[in-house]
Design a protein around this ligand. Structure first.
Ligand code: XLS
Ligand code: CA
Ligand code: CA
Length: 435
């Protein structure tokens, strides 16, 4: 599967630590065994259809700056087919195993429901053909329930039940296509599932609608026999001011309330974590603690900007902290590292798309090697274990069955005076920096 667009860009391959070419991997060596598993299986990299292949480089002040051959002309069937080919060709040239899409990314868009469904079905058939030709796999599919004006007041949470039904139509088709294409996961991101002002919003009703919608999706997943994971992607704001899926902890409470906490996991995006005032690794650790860690959207925000800049990850240090939590969570199962990131508006060359992805793949691979080395070294984890060791000794065991009054009496009877102990954060940070 090749298009002329990329000419002599790639294929990108592992070229060893002393490689001189820009488009070669120094760290990412897909067959290298790390902690007993091939790097490719640890990381399960995916290219997303939307940022690199649909976004034309526009912003709120200006038109698109990218002159992409597959964006030429109207959004018709021919342009959509060219875009799908380019996506597969690019992903193959990067030697990455997976891709991800929203329904509208890969099809000729249409306003009417019958045309929309027909165009999507045609596009899904073509994806099946492309997967067969290239061996590329689908990490996840999703439906875009936020761009069309009908969704301006939400999809599942819309005050108008007709919009709720429209969203059901899109999700039914996208979920069934994901199943047919052998997708490993299905994602729901609630971009418009939130509100701007309580003056026009019945929050309790909207949350119930969202809970019902998600239950319907889970029910349908079982009805069609889809064995992939349903993932919710938390984000606190943008486009709506308050989004119901604000962060991992909020999503977990929501899942529990609607009885879905064993059915649905989370897709954690780095920049969404930081927008919520958390670190990326905090969100991964929270999901692991609740047993709902699913997948990763790898990107970064801008420390001086308060919005979703979706830049490619470029800090090995930050990624190492996240990777440690991924490994501690037992690693990825159905999930992967999807690059939900876009090049800057001035990066207009097709080569820039390659540099962005290659750099990000290298950062994640390098972080994996560092995190694995930290785990193999063992000192960091040993310190943590030792910190809680009291719970395993005689006193710790003795208090496990006691009620509050018995505990209080015991503390008084033994005149407990626990000695303060250092948390040794600076020593731990120094230890980390040695890797
Ligand atoms: C937007 C989200 C979106 C989801 C999929 O901020 O990141 O792209 O990943 O709908
Ligand atoms: Ca995302
Ligand atoms: Ca984003």
């Amino acid at each position: 599967m090749t298009t002329n667009a990329f000419a002599d860009l790639g294929p990108v391959r592992h070229a060893g630590p002393d490689a001189t070419e820009d488009l070669g991997y120094r760290w990412y060596d897909k067959d290298r065994i790390v902690l007993g598993k091939r790097m490719e299986e640890h990381l399960r990299f995916a290219v997303c259809a939307w940022h690199g292949f649909c976004w034309p480089g526009s912003d709120v002040f200006g038109a698109g700056t990218f002159d992409r051959p597959w964006l030429a002309g109207a959004n018709d069937a021919t342009a959509a087919a060219a875009k799908r080919s380019a996506l597969f060709d690019f992903t193959q040239r990067l030697d990455v195993p997976f891709y991800c899409f929203h329904d509208v990314d890969i099809m000729a868009d249409a306003d009417g429901i019958a045309d929309f469904r027909r165009n999507f079905a045609e596009a899904a058939d073509d994806l099946e053909r492309l997967q067969g030709e290239t061996g590329l796999r689908l990490l996840w599919g999703t439906a875009n329930l936020f761009s069309h004006p009908r969704y301006m007041a939400g999809a599942a949470t819309n005050p108008d039940p007709q919009v709720f039904a429209w969203a059901a139509s899109q999700v039914r088709d996208a979920l069934e296509a994901t199943h047919r294409l052998g997708g490993a996961n299905y994602v729901l991101w609630g971009g418009r599932e939130g509100y701007e002002t309580l003056l026009n919003t019945d929050m309790a009703r909207e949350l119930d609608q969202l809970g019902r919608f998600l239950s319907l999706v889970v029910e349908h997943k079982h009805r069609i026999g889809f064995s992939g994971t349903i993932l919710i992607e938390p984000k606190p704001m943008e486009p709506t001011k308050h989004q119901y899926d604000r962060d991992v902890a909020t999503v977990f409470a929501f899942l529990q309330r609607y009885g879905l906490d064993t059915e649905v996991k989370v897709n954690i995006e780095a920049n969404h974590a930081t927008l919520a005032g958390h670190s990326f690794e905090h969100e991964i650790a929270t999901a692991a603690a609740f047993g709902i860690f699913g997948s990763i959207d790898a990107n970064r925000g801008d420390p001086q900007n308060g919005w979703d800049t979706d830049q490619f990850p470029n800090s090995v240090e930050e990624m190492t902290l996240a990777m440690l939590e991924v490994l501690r969570a037992g690693g990825l199962t159905t999930g992967g590292f999807n690059f939900d990131a876009k090049v800057r508006r001035q990066s207009i060359d097709l080569a820039d798309l390659f540099h962005a992805h290659v750099g990000a793949i290298e950062v994640v691979a390098h972080a994996l090697l560092r995190a694995a080395a930290i785990i193999e070294d063992g000192r960091l984890d040993a310190f943590k274990r030792e910190r809680y060791a009291g719970w395993g000794d005689a006193f710790g065991q003795e208090i496990v069955p006691l009620d509050l009054a018995a505990l209080a009496d015991l503390a008084a009877a033994r005149s407990l005076a626990p000695p303060p102990r250092s948390g040794r954060q600076e020593w731990l940070e120094n230890l980390l920096n040695r890797f």
